[in-house]
Design a protein around this ligand. Structure first.
Ligand SMILES: Cc1cc2nc3c(=O)[nH]c(=O)nc-3n(C[C@H](O)[C@H](O)[C@H](O)COP(=O)(O)OP(=O)(O)OC[C@H]3O[C@@H](n4cnc5c(N)ncnc54)[C@H](O)[C@@H]3O)c2cc1C
Ligand code: FES
Length: 259
C-alpha cells in the first residue's frame, strides 16, 4: 500500500479532455508517490470551491486515479453529478487543484494462474484503467454504460467489450450479462469490479455462486478520506470497516451483500 505524504499539495492542471459524457483532467503531481491501482485522492479545486456568499462550502471529494504517467501526471475521470464534480469538470490547463493522496487500499494481484476480468459500470471505469496498465492488455475489460455518449469512456481502456442500457452500443443489456457469459466459458478468472451498488451486488452474487474470487471497489460518502470522521463505514461479515482506510477495495467474500 502506497502512503500519502503528509498534508495536501497544490498541483497544476496540465490538460483537459472529453470522452463523450465524461471529463478527464491531468494534474502534474511531480512530488507525489506513484499510486497503486484502486487507490484514490481527495480533490479540491484551487479556486472557487465554496466559501463565498453564493457558494456552498464544499468538503473535498474522493476520486479514483484513472491513470498515472511516467512524469508524475495523474488523470482523473469525472461525471458531473453535483457541485463538486461540476467545478472539477470546468478546470483547464493552468488551474490549480489541491490533492491529498494516494489514499486507501487498492487492488491485489490476481491469484496464481487466474485471468483478470475487469468489470466496470459508468464512472466506475476509472480505477480499471490504471489496473489494466499494471496487469497488461490481457486483462479483459467488460464495461457497462447508460448510452452511446457515456460508452465513449470505454476508449480509456484497451479492447473493452461494452454493454449499454439502451442498446445503442455493444450488447443491449447489463454488463453482468457479459460477465456471466465469460464465467460460463471459463471460470478460472479473478474479477475486479467498480460501479454502482446494484452492479457490484450482481457481480458479488455471480462470483460467489461459481466460487470465483472477486475484488470490489466500493463507494461511500467520504468527508476526510483518512480514517478520522467515520463517515464512510460499511458493514462486512467481520463488522463495520472504514472504507477510506480498509478499502475502497474489499474482497467480495468479506461482504454479505453490497448495499
Ligand atoms: C473511493 C471513491 C472513488 C471515487 N471515484 C470517482 C471517480 O473516479 N469519478 C467520479 O466522477 N466520482 C467518483 N467518486 C464519487 C464522487 O466522490 C462523488 O460522486 C462526489 O460526492 C461528487 O461530488 P459532487 O459535489 O459533484 O456531488 P454531491 O452533491 O456530493 O453528490 C451528487 C449526488 O451523488 C450522490 N453521491 C455522492 N457521493 C456518493 C457516493 N460516494 N456514492 C454514491 N452516491 C453518492 C449524492 O447523494 C447526490 O445524489 C468516488 C467516490 C469514492 C468514495
Ligand atoms: S472518510 Fe472519514 S473516516 Fe473514512
Amino acid at each position: 500500500m502506497t502512503l500519502a505524504p503528509f498534508g495536501r499539495r497544490l498541483c497544476p492542471v496540465v490538460a483537459h479532455s472529453r470522452y463523450g459524457a465524461y471529463d478527464v483532467i491531468s494534474v502534474l503531481d511531480a512530488e507525489g508517490p506513484a499510486p497503486d491501482p484502486g487507490q484514490f485522492y481527495m480533490l479540491t479545486a484551487g479556486e472557487r470551491w465554496g466559501g463565498g456568499t453564493d457558494e456552498r462550502p464544499f468538503l473535498p471529494r474522493a476520486f479514483s486515479v484513472l491513470r498515472r504517467h511516467e512524469d508524475g501526471r495523474l488523470d482523473f475521470l469525472f461525471e458531473d453529478v453535483g457541485p463538486g464534480t461540476r467545478r472539477l469538470c470546468e478546470l483547464r490547463a493552468g488551474d490549480g487543484v489541491w490533492l491529498l493522496g494516494p489514499l486507501g487500499v487498492g487492488f491485489r494481484e490476481p491469484e496464481d494462474g487466474r485471468r483478470p476480468l475487469l468489470v466496470g459500470g459508468g464512472v466506475g471505469t476509472a480505477p480499471l484503467a490504471i489496473l489494466q496498465d499494471a496487469l497488461g492488455p490481457e486483462a479483459l475489460p467488460l464495461l457497462g454504460f447508460r448510452d452511446a455518449a457515456h460508452a465513449e469512456g470505454a476508449a480509456l481502456l484497451h479492447g473493452a467489450r461494452v454493454a449499454t442500457d439502451d442498446g445503442s452500443v455493444g450488447h443491449g443489456g447489463l454488463v453482468t450479462d457479459l460477465l456471466a457469459a465469460e464465467l460460463d466459458r471459463d471460470d478460472g478468472a479473478e474479477v475486479y469490479a467498480c460501479g454502482p451498488p446494484p452492479m457490484l451486488e450482481s457481480v458479488r452474487a455471480l462470483c460467489a455462486e461459481r466460487g470465483v474470487p472477486a475484488q470490489l471497489a466500493l463507494e461511500a460518502g467520504m468527508a476526510c478520506g483518512f480514517g478520522a470522521c467515520f463517515g464512510c463505514v460499511v458493514p462486512t461479515r467481520a463488522g463495520y470497516v472504514r472504507l477510506c482506510v480498509d478499502g475502497p477495495v474489499l474482497d467480495a467474500a468479506a461482504l454479505e451483500v453490497v448495499e
